[in-house]
Design a protein. Sequence first.
Length: 245
Amino acid sequence: MAKAVAKKKKAKSSKKTAALKIQPLRWLRRWVLRGALAVAAVFFALILLYSVVNPPITHTIWAEQRRLGEVDRMWVPLKEMAPVLARSVVAAEDAQFCRHWGFDARAIQAAIEAGGSRGGSTISQQVVKNVFLWQGRSWPRKVLETLLTPVVEIVWSKRRILEVYLNVAEMDEGVFGAEAAARKYFGVGPDQLSARQAALIAAVLPNPKERSARKPSNFVQRRARRIQDGAATIRADGRADCFED
C-alpha cells in the first residue's frame, strides 16, 4: 500500500515538473506570436498610410544624410514628371512591371543563372526595401521584403508604387528622386526631360555612386541607348499602360 502511495506521489511530482518545464515554452511562444502580430500590424498600418501620404524619409536617406551631412531631395508627383522618365526607369529596372504581382520569375531565374552578378528585384521589391526596410543582403531583410511586397501590390496602385520609387531612389551620391536628379544632371525640372536625358538617368540605376548621367561612361551611354529603345517598346506594346494616364 505504502509503495503504491509513493508511486502516485512520484508520478504527480514528475507531471508537475514537466508542466513547469512546458509553461515557460508556452509563455515564450505566446509572446513571440504576439510580437510578430504587433510587427505585422505596424507594417500594415504604414503600408496603408503611405498609400496616400508620402514617406517623410527612408532608412537609406537617413543613413546618407548622417554620412554626408545633407542630401538633395524634393517630392514631385508622378504627373509632374515627364512620362518618358517613368517609361525609361521601368524599361531599365523592371520591364514586366505592369504584368507581375510583385515578383518577376524570369528575372529571378536569370539572376540565379548569372550567379548573383545581376539583380532580380522588381520595382515593387525595391520600393519595399527602400521605404520599409534597409539595404543589404541579409536573410531577415529578404524574408520581410518577400512578405511585404505582395501586400504593397494589393494595397497600392502600380502608379503609386512607381511614383514612390521615382521619389526615393538614389540617383547620384546623396541625390534622391527624379526632381533632384533632373536638376543636378541637366539643370531642368523632371517634367522637361528629353527621352535621351531620361534614359541617362535610368542608366545610372541601380549603381548611382559609380555611374553618372552628366558624364556618362561608354557603358552608361550604351545602356542609355538600350533603355531609350526599351521605353519606346513598352509604350507601343502596352507594358506602360498601368502607370500612364
